[in-house]
Design a protein around this ligand. Structure first.
Ligand SMILES: Nc1nc2c(c(=O)[nH]1)N[C@H]1C(S)=C(S)[C@@H](COP(=O)(O)OP(=O)(O)OC[C@H]3O[C@@H](n4cnc5c(=O)[nH]c(N)nc54)[C@H](O)[C@@H]3O)O[C@H]1N2
Ligand SMILES: Nc1nc2c(c(=O)[nH]1)N[C@H]1C(S)=C(S)[C@@H](COP(=O)(O)OP(=O)(O)OC[C@H]3O[C@@H](n4cnc5c(=O)[nH]c(N)nc54)[C@H](O)[C@@H]3O)O[C@H]1N2
Ligand code: SF4
Ligand SMILES: [Mo]
Length: 750
C-alpha cells in the first residue's frame, strides 16, 4: 500500500504524518507519525490520527447546499450554488454599499493555502471594512504588541525552546494545545528536555494544568493580572540591577521609561491582586534574570484577557531587559522559507504598524491589522442605518460557538438578508447560511503551513501535495475562493477563474520585480511567469514565494523532500528583522505605556468573587472536531471545573449540574470538583454546545456540551485591539436542582 507523507493541518504543531493510502477506496487506512519528518520526528497526537475519521465522516459536506424555504438544506450543483450567490450577493452590495457585506475568517483558514494566498483578493474584491476573524478572539494582542515593538505583526519573538535554560510559561498549556505562536511538535517532549538538561520550567496559570504539573514551579495567578506580575518581575530585575540588554544592546529605545513604570509595582503591591506570594515573585525574577538563558512566553490566557496587549508587551520587555532577545535559548525570530513580512523589503526598517485607521460603525472600535473586532459583529448586523451589515460570508469559521455572546450573534445571523459559508460541516454557524460551499477534505488539498513555519522553534520547511484526488465535481478550495471573487467583482456566476488567477500572479510578480530587495528585482515578468509554468493556483504562488524567499528555494526542491527540509536552529536576526520606522526596538510604545494607568487601577480594584476562564483538551480542537468518534470517546470533556472550597460554599457536588450566569447569558454544565483550579475561578472549555437545531453533526449532537461563549460578554474587549475578553468573566454559579427553573441570565452576576 502506498505511503503518503504530509503535514497535519489540524493545529499549529505541523506534525509530519505518514499515511497508508487506499487509492481504490479513496481513503487512508492508517495514520502514523512520520518518523523521518525533520521537525516532528514521528510525533503525533490523537487529533492527527483522527484525520482519517474526518476524511471519512459521513456528515462532512461534500456538495454545495442551498437553504430551502422550509429551512432545510438541499444538495445542489456548483453552478446552481453560484447562480444563487450571484442572484443575491451583488444586489445587496448595490443596495447597501460594499460595507453591507461582512466577512468572517476562521482559524483553519490560517492553515489553508487557498485562504492564505487568495483570501486577501476576496476581501479586496468585496471592498468592505466589515472584515472580522478569529484573530480578535485570539492572538491580535500579541501581534499588536510585536508590531509596536519590532515593526510588523508577524515579527514575533518565539521561545528558542530546544536550547533554553528557563521557560516562564504564562496562560498557555502546551501539553494540551501542543503549542501556539510557538510551532513545536511534541511540545511535551521539548518541555521535558528543558528540565532534563538542568533548566527550569515555571508555569503561571490559574489552573494546575498538565503543563504546570510538569513544571518546577506553578504560580496560580488570579485571571487577568499577569501584567501586574510582569511589572513586579521587571521591578525586581531593575531594583536588583539584574538587567542587561544583551544582543539587543544599542538597538533599544525606551529603557528608562519602562524602568520608571516598573518602579511603581513592587512584588508586595501586586501580591494581593495577583493572589501570588511576593517572595515567589522575587525568586522567579532572580532565577529568570540569572539563568544562562531564559524566555517568557504567553498565550491565550495572556491575550484574550483584560490586559492582552499590555501583557504581551511586558512579556517581551522582560525578555529584552534580561538580555534574552535574539540569543540562543531566549526569544528569537524565525526565518521561514516564504511569506513572512520581515524577510521582505528593506532589512532593518519599515513603515511600522498603525492601528485604528478606521472604526466600527456602531461602537467605534478601531481597526487592527485591517480588521474590526468580531465582538462587534452582531451589533453591526442588528443596528439599522447606513453601512448596516446585510450579508455575511464565513470562511472556515464557527463564530456562533467561538465569539462572545454567541446567542446574540446567532439571533443576528437570522436577521441577515444573505449568508454564504465556505465550510465542511453544517454546524452552529453554517446552519444559518443560505448557501454552503464545501471545501475538499484535508487529504484532498495541498498543504504548506507557511504562517506557522514563521513561528516555529526551529527553521524548517515542508510542502505536502494532496494525498488523495478530489472527486470530479469538487473544485479546489482556491478555485472556489476565486469564483467568489468573480461574483463580487461583477463577473457573474461563472467567471474565468484561470484569468483571475493569472491577474493575481502577475500582480505578485510585478511586486517582486519592483522590490529592490527581491531576488527578482528588475527581471522580466514574462520570463518569470514562464519559469513558474505550468503550475497554476496555489502551487504557482507557493513556488513564487519560495523562489523570492530568503533561501531562494523552489517548490520542486520541497516536493523532492517529503519529510521536509531542516533549515537549522533559530539564528540571531537583529537588526535586519526590524521593520520599525526608527529601525530600533521600541521598548516603550505609546499605546501600551498609556495603558499602564489601568494597571494602577487594577492594583486597588476589588476582585470579582468568582470568574470564569476557559481551557483546552488534547482531544478537542476549538469547535469543530467533535463529530469524530475517536476524539469524543471517554469521560465528558465539557465540564465546569470548580475548586472544592468553592463547591462547598456554593453547594455544588462533583458529578452534579450547575447553572452559570454572566451579564449576558446563562448555561448549565456538569460540575467537576478539582483541586486543579484556584479558588474563586471556574473553568469551562469553549467550542461546545452542539445541541442546537439544524446542526448536521450526529456524533457531536450526542456529545453536545455547553457553549461557554453564551457567557462571554461582547461589550468587554481589550482596549488596544478590541480583542474579546474571554477569560476572567464575572459569573454566579448555583446548583441545578430538580425543581429549578431553566437558566436565565442575571444582571447581578456582573
Ligand atoms: N471562550 C473562548 N472562546 C474562544 C477561545 C477560548 O479560548 N475561549 N479561543 C478562541 C480561538 S484561539 C480561536 S482560534 C477561535 C476559533 O474560532 P473559529 O475559527 O470561528 O472556530 P473553529 O472552531 O476553529 O471553526 C472552524 C470552522 O472551520 C471549518 N473547517 C475546518 N476545516 C476546514 C477546511 O479545510 N475548509 C473550510 N472551508 N472549513 C473548514 C469547521 O467546520 C468549522 O466550522 O475560537 C476562539 N474562541
Ligand atoms: N488540543 C487542542 N489544541 C489546540 C487547540 C484546541 O482547541 N485543542 N486550539 C489551538 C488554538 S486555535 C490556539 S489559539 C492554541 C492555544 O494554545 P494555549 O494558549 O496553550 O491553550 P489553552 O489550553 O487554552 O491554554 C490557555 C491557558 O490559560 C489559562 N488562563 C486563563 N486565563 C488566564 C489568565 O488570566 N492568566 C493566565 N496566566 N492564565 C490564564 C487557562 O487556564 C489555560 O490553561 O491552541 C491550539 N491547539
Ligand atoms: S499536534 Fe497538531 S499537528 Fe500534530 S498531530 Fe496533533 S493536531 Fe496534528
Ligand atoms: Mo486560536
Amino acid at each position: 500500500m502506498p505511503v503518503a507523507f504530509r503535514t497535519c493541518p489540524l493545529c499549529e504543531a505541523t506534525c509530519g504524518l505518514a499515511l497508508d493510502v487506499d487509492e481504490a477506496a479513496g481513503t487512508v487506512t492508517k495514520v502514523r507519525g512520520d518518523a523521518e519528518d525533520v521537525f516532528s520526528h514521528g510525533f503525533l497526537c490523537p487529533k492527527g490520527v483522527a484525520i482519517k475519521e474526518l476524511h471519512d465522516d459521513p456528515d462532512r459536506v461534500r456538495t454545495p447546499l442551498i437553504k430551502q424555504p422550509d429551512g432545510s438544506f438541499a444538495a445542489a450543483s456548483w453552478d446552481e450554488a453560484f447562480a444563487e450567490i450571484d442572484r443575491r450577493l451583488p444586489a445587496i452590495m448595490e443596495r447597501g454599499g460594499r460595507d453591507a457585506v461582512a466577512a468572517y475568517i476562521g482559524n483553519p483558514a490560517a492553515h489553508s493555502l487557498a485562504f492564505l494566498l487568495y483570501g486577501k483578493v476576496l476581501l479586496k474584491a468585496i471592498g468592505t471594512k466589515n472584515i472580522f476573524s478569529a484573530s480578535t478572539v485570539d492572538q491580535y494582542p500579541k501581534q499588536a504588541a510585536s508590531a509596536m515593538m519590532f515593526g510588523s505583526g508577524t515579527t514575533i519573538a518565539i521561545p528558542d525552546l530546544d536550547r533554553t535554560d528557563f521557560l516562564l510559561c504564562l496562560g498557555a498549556n502546551p501539553l494540551a494545545s501542543n503549542g501556539s505562536l510557538m510551532t513545536a511538535p511534541d511540545a511535551r517532549g521539548r518541555l521535558r528536555a528543558i528540565r532534563a538538561r538542568g533548566g527550569r520550567l515555571v508555569v503561571v496559570d490559574p489552573r494546575r494544568t498538565r503543563t504546570a504539573q510538569e513544571a518546577d514551579d506553578h504560580l496560580p495567578i488570579r485571571p487577568g493580572t499577569d501584567a501586574l506580575l510582569l511589572m513586579a518581575l521587571l521591578h525586581v530585575v531593575f531594583a536588583e540591577s539584574l538587567d542587561s540588554l544583551g544582543a539587543a544592546d544599542g538597538m533599544v529605545d525606551g529603557l528608562d521609561q519602562v524602568r520608571a513604570l516598573a518602579a511603581d509595582f513592587p512584588p508586595e503591591a501586586v501580591a494581593g491582586p495577583t493572589g501570588l506570594d511576593a517572595e515567589a515573585i522575587r525568586r522567579t525574577a532572580r532565577d529568570f534574570a540569572t539563568a544562562p538563558s531564559a524566555v517568557a512566553y504567553g498565550r491565550i490566557g495572556t491575550t484574550t484577557q483584560a490586559f492582552g496587549t499590555t501583557t504581551s508587551w511586558l512579556i517581551d520587555v522582560l525578555n529584552i531587559v534580561t538580555g534574552n532577545l535574539d540569543t540562543p535559548g531566549g526569544a528569537m525570530f524565525p526565518k521561514p522559507s516564504a511569506g513572512l513580512t520581515n524577510t521582505k523589503g528593506e532589512p532593518g526598517r519599515g513603515r511600522g504598524a498603525r492601528f485604528g485607521r478606521w472604526a466600527s460603525r456602531v461602537r467605534g472600535l478601531g481597526e487592527v491589522f485591517g480588521e474590526l473586532p468580531v465582538a462587534c459583529l452582531a451589533e453591526e448586523i442588528q443596528t439599522p442605518g447606513e453601512g448596516q451589515v446585510r450579508a455575511l460570508i464565513t470562511v472556515a469559521g464557527n463564530p456562533v460557538l467561538s465569539t462572545p455572546n454567541s446567542e446574540r450573534l446567532a439571533a443576528a445571523l437570522d436577521e441577515l438578508d444573505f449568508m454564504v459559508s465556505v465550510d465542511i460541516y453544517v454546524n452552529e454557524t453554517t446552519r444559518h447560511a443560505d448557501v454552503i460551499l464545501p471545501s475538499p477534505s484535508p487529504l484532498q488539498k495541498a498543504h504548506f503551513d507557511f504562517v506557522f513555519q514563521g513561528f516555529a522553534v526551529r527553521n524548517y520547511t515542508n510542502y505536502s501535495p494532496a494525498v488523495l484526488p478530489r472527486p470530479d465535481d469538487m473544485p479546489d478550495e482556491w478555485e472556489t475562493v476565486l469564483r467568489l471573487v468573480g461574483v463580487a467583482t461583477g463577473q457573474g456566476p461563472s467567471p474565468d477563474v484561470a484569468a483571475i488567477d493569472e491577474f493575481v500572479v502577475r500582480a505578485a510578480i510585478g511586486k517582486e520585480v519592483a522590490d529592490a530587495y527581491s531576488p527578482w528585482h528588475g527581471r522580466d515578468p514574462e520570463a518569470l511567469l514562464a519559469e513558474l509554468a505550468p503550475r497554476v493556483g496555489t502551487e504557482r504562488l507557493v513556488d513564487l514565494m519560495l523562489r523570492t524567499g530568503p533561501y531562494e528555494l523552489t517548490l520542486a526542491e520541497l516536493e523532492a523532500q517529503p519529510h521536509g527540509i531542516d533549515l537549522g536552529p533559530l539564528a540571531p536576526r537583529l537588526p535586519e528583522v526590524l521593520r520599525t520606522p526608527s529601525g530600533r526596538i521600541e521598548l516603550a510604545p505609546e499605546a501600551t505605556v498609556a495603558d499602564v494607568g489601568r494597571l494602577h487601577d487594577a492594583l486597588v480594584a476589588p476582585p470579582a468573587e468568582l470568574v470564569l476562564i476557559g481551557r483546552r483538551h488534547l482531544r478537542s480542537n476549538n469547535s469543530w472536531m467533535h463529530n469524530l468518534p475517536m476524539l469524543v470517546r471517554g469521560p465528558e470533556q465539557c465540564t465546569l471545573h470548580v475548586h472544592p472550597a468553592d463547591a462547598q460554599r456554593l453547594g455544588l457536588t462533583d458529578g452534579g449540574r450547575a447553572t452559570i450566569r454572566s451579564r449576558v447569558g446563562a448555561v448549565d454544565a456538569p460540575v467537576e470538583v478539582t483541586e486543579e483550579i484556584r479558588p474563586g475561578v471556574v473553568s469551562l472549555p469553549h467550542g461546545w454546545g452542539h445541541g442546537l437545531t439544524g446542526v448536521g453533526m450526529e456524533v457531536a449532537a450526542a456529545h453536545a456540551g455547553t457553549n461557554s461563549n453564551v457567557l462571554t460578554d461582547e461589550d468587554v474587549v481589550e482596549p488596544l485591539t478590541g480583542t474579546a475578553v474571554l477569560n476572567g468573566i464575572p459569573v454566579a454559579v448555583t446548583p441545578v436542582t430538580a425543581a429549578a427553573a431553566p437558566a436565565e441570565p442575571v444582571a447581578a452576576a456582573g
